[in-house]
Structures are given as C-alpha cells and as structure tokens.
Write a protein that binds this ligand. Structure first.
Ligand code: 5AD
Ligand code: SF4
Length: 473
C-alpha cells in the first residue's frame, strides 16, 4: 500500500515539475510515506523524522514532510514535536502536495492537509511505476470493517471503489508498457463494488445464484456495516482484468475472508493467470477473541471457507495474518490459534504482537491486559509452529515443477536471482544457468531445496503462463 501511495504522490509531484531522484542524498525535499497500523512502525518513522530535521538544520536538506497514515493519525501533534517540518499530508491529500509546498514556501510555516475524502480514489493519476515488471493498481481505498483493534478506518477513511472502466484502462496501459504482473490493491480489496455498473455484463455472471447476488458475502460471514446491494463486484472486475491478457499474472491484496464468495472463487479457479495463492487473514483461532476483534466470523466459518477454497482451487497456497496477545486472550485462546495454524497449513504467515491504537473500539472498550512478555512468548511460539509446518509443506514440493516470475537479484547473493511462485513464495534461482533468462521472465523451474520460508529451484526453461499450463495438461 505504501509503495503504491508513494507512486501516486511521486506522479503528482512530477506533473508539477518536481524531479524524483533515486538517491536520498541527491534530494532537496524528502517525504516519508508512512503506516500507523502498529506502534513499532511509527517508532521507526519518528527516528527518521529526527534525522531529517537534523539534516535540514545542517543545511543538507531544504524541506521534509510526512505523508500517509501516520500524518493522518497525529495531525498537528507532529508540528508540536517538530516545528520545522514543512508538510504534513494524509492519504487523501496527495493531490494538494504542490499547493502545500507552495504555501510552505510563501509563509515559512508547516503546511498541513489531513482531510479525509468520501470519493478520492486517484483514479486519474497514473502511478509512477517503481518496477518495470510488476505494477500495483489501486482499486479500492479505505475500509469500513472496523475490526476492533485496527486504526485503518480512521487513518484511511471510508471504503470507496474506482470504476471498472478506469481500472481496466490503467491495467491495459501497464500491459502495453510490458508489465508481466498486475497486483490489484485495496485495504479490503475483495469488497470491491462499482455502483455505476448496473447490468451483469457477461453471460457467465448469470450462473450466479440469486443468493450470491443479494448477499455478496461468503457463507457464515457478517459485517458490522450494512452492505449496499447492486453494482459490479470483485468477481466481475477480476474476470475482466484477467481476460485482458492470459500471459499477465494477476494478484490482489489485501483481502478479507468475508468477501471470498463462491463466485469469486470460481473466477480464480477458471483463470490460469490469476495466481493460486490467497491471503486469508484469520487473526485468531479462538471464537472468543474473534468476537472481541469484531471480525464477523467464527473459527468454524473460516475453516468452512478454507474447505470451499480447496474444493474450487485444489492447489491453492494460503497465507495469513495473526495477532497475538489481544485483549483478554487466554492461554487456551492462544492454543486455538496454534491449532488453526496446524489445521490449515500456511505457506506464509505474518504474526504480530497486539499493539493498542487510539480511536479504535478496543482502545475505548477493552483492556490491553496481556503482558508484553506473554505477547512475545506467544508470537515466538506461533512463529515456530508456522515454520515447522511450512518446512514440511515445502519439503513436499521438492521435485515439483512450478511457474515463477523472476523479480530481482537476491538480497543475500548477487549470484542469485529470485522469483515468486503462484503461492507468492520466494524462489531462489542461480543467476547463471544453461537457460537464458532475465528479470521479468516467466520460468518453468524444478524445486530442489527449501528453508521454512524460501524455496530453491533449478531453471528448466523460459516460458509463458499459457505455455506452462498447456504443457502440464
Ligand atoms: N496490533 C497488531 N497488529 C495489527 N494489525 C492491525 N492492527 C494491529 C494492531 N493494533 C495487523 C493485522 C492486519 C495486519 C495488516 O496488521 O494482522 O491483518
Ligand atoms: Fe483493519 Fe479490519 Fe479493515 Fe483490515 S479489514 S484494514 S484489519 S479494519
């Protein structure tokens, strides 16, 4: 999300004749794009802000500013701490950056805009792509879910979707410029709904049951807010995006389990170019905790969804987010999270210790009463259980042929490249091999080794999505 917001803000500044540089030492103005979801992330930003403040005082920098969720959360408080900051702009204010910079130059004071919008989607802004081969395309902004621990609805505002037409146009442009992978983005990406579309645009959509059309939610899931019926949902968008070019891989993040209705699952199953790796954030395996988190599902509904996913997409890799040490979480609740990890088997898990955020329901009504030491202990245990299982799952992949998109040079060794498979796992390959390939190519590889979180592979041949799947049949 931060990468895409940076691309949008950079594009706006570039349109106003600011030059974007790659090296911070070459910059006159530095903006930090920020997240406020956990306290940890914010602490790191504070340290960077003080560095920028020092650089400005020493004359190495003309201006600096804070963008994104942390700007939205702290608003004028930032200026109290750092009076020399030049610009503070929330996630819906990037269009105003040139104006804020001008006001700051004129008055020599911090310029702030943290207004949230009901309709800003930056639909007309073409993000300044950071990668040549993979492009983020934002389809929704904001979130209405109000999970009780989460600050996002307060920092990024109400949920809104871009029109299908503007999304398709942007995806087409990216494909024309040679992009091999499109990542559809949104805080709650699969609750996408374009209300300007009233008709079912495609015959296949008529296969949807009346029930799916009236209630787009997956069975057994609820929302705190009342969802508006009608319009075109994520299934229709996904089908149209995937139909543009069968040799461009489609991913999306970050979804909510409630919006994986059967129709969405069928679209994913039907298209070889939609990556068969789904993020299915469960957060906790305990019904007591899930209820307090206001997630809108029970453990059983989640497990039923996992079953439905495996029914429609048998080879689908799953990943998830977990929070440990949420308010009143007991050892038994924690055991149930351990159990759900063992039950489902995730290739990738993001595990966080609960950090209380102001404005949230939990901040006002619940007690952050699990000691930090226990939170960390539980975090370590969840990590161990996840890694034990992912190790076993990765072992089963040895000898398997997989399709990867080569994305870049490995951080660990310049002699190695890495790509990602369908499940979004990192796959390491040697830079030099009998097969001639480059970053941005699809490769048919054989998995030869593994760690708990990475796979190692032997390149077999350069390929395309259609070729790979035709030859597998
Ligand atoms: N504390 C810890 N983790 C959190 N997340 C969101 N809010 C918090 C919080 N207050 C995690 C959730 C979410 C991921 C993006 O961040 O697991 O899915
Ligand atoms: Fe936060 Fe819940 Fe919205 Fe995700 S779905 S952004 S966890 S409120």
């Amino acid at each position: 999300m931060n990468v895409n917001d940076t691309e949008i803000a950079s594009s706006i500044l570039e349109q106003h004749d600011y030059e974007i540089v790659n090296d911070i030492d070459d910059a006159n103005i530095v903006f930090l794009m920020t997240c406020a979801i956990r306290e940890n992330a914010e602490n790191k930003v504070w340290a960077k802000l003080y560095d920028l403040d020092k650089a400005k005082r020493m004359g190495q920098l003309r201006k600096y500013g804070l963008l994104g969720c942390m700007a939205e959360r702290l608003k004028a408080k930032i200026v109290e701490q750092l009076p020399s900051i030049d610009v503070v702009a929330g996630p819906d204010s990037y269009r105003h950056l040139p104006k804020l910079l001008a006001i700051n130059s004129l008055h020599g004071q911090s310029a702030i805009n943290v207004l949230l919008s009901l309709d800003e989607t930056y639909a007309d802004i073409i993000p300044r792509n950071q990668s040549k081969h993979s492009a983020f395309v934002s389809i929704t902004r904001g979130c209405n879910n109000m999970c009780s621990y989460c600050i996002v609805p307060f920092t990024r505002g109400r949920e809104r979707s871009r029109s299908i037409d503007s999304i398709l146009k942007e995806v087409e442009n990216k494909i024309d410029s040679g992009v091999k992978e499109i990542i559809l983005l949104g805080q709650n990406v699969n609750s996408y709904r374009d209300y300007s579309v009233h008709n079912l645009s495609n015959d296949e959509d008529k296969n949807q049951t009346l029930n799916e059309l009236q209630s787009p939610l997956a069975d057994g899931f609820q929302t705190l807010y009342r969802s508006k019926p009608g319009g075109a949902g994520f299934d229709q968008l996904l089908r149209q995006v995937a139909g543009l070019d069968p040799n461009v891989r489609i991913r999306f993040t970050s979804p909510h389990p409630k919006d994986f209705n059967d129709s969405v699952l069928r679209v994913i199953a039907d298209h070889p170019n939609i990556a068969k790796g789904l993020h299915l954030p469960v957060q906790s395996g305990s019904n007591f905790v899930l209820e307090r988190m206001r997630r809108g599902y029970t453990r059983d509904a989640y497990l039923q969804l996992v079953k439905r996913i495996r029914h429609y997409i048998p080879n689908c890799g799953l990943s998830s987010d977990f929070i440990c040490g949420f308010c009143d979480e007991t050892d038994d609740d924690h055991r149930q999270t351990v159990d759900i990890i063992q039950n489902v088997g995730y290739y990738i898990a993001y595990i966080f210790a609960y950090s209380m955020r102001d404005k949230t329901y939990a901040y006002h009504h619940l007690n952050d009463n699990v000691p930090q030491s226990i939170k960390i202990q539980r975090l370590i245990e969840l990590n161990q259980v996840y890694r034990q299982l992912s190790t076993e799952m990765n072992r089963q992949l040895i000898g398997q042929r997989q399709l990867i998109l080569v994305e870049g040079v490995s951080k660990k060794s310049p002699q190695q490249l890495y790509g990602r498979n369908e499940a979004n796992q990192k796959v390491i390959i040697p830079k030099l091999s009998n097969v001639n390939y480059m970053i941005g190519d699809f490769l048919d590889v054989e998995i030869i080794d593994f760690t708990p979180v990475t796979l190692m592979a032997r390149p077999i041949r350069r390929t395309s999505i259609t070729e790979f799947y035709t030859s597998k049949q």
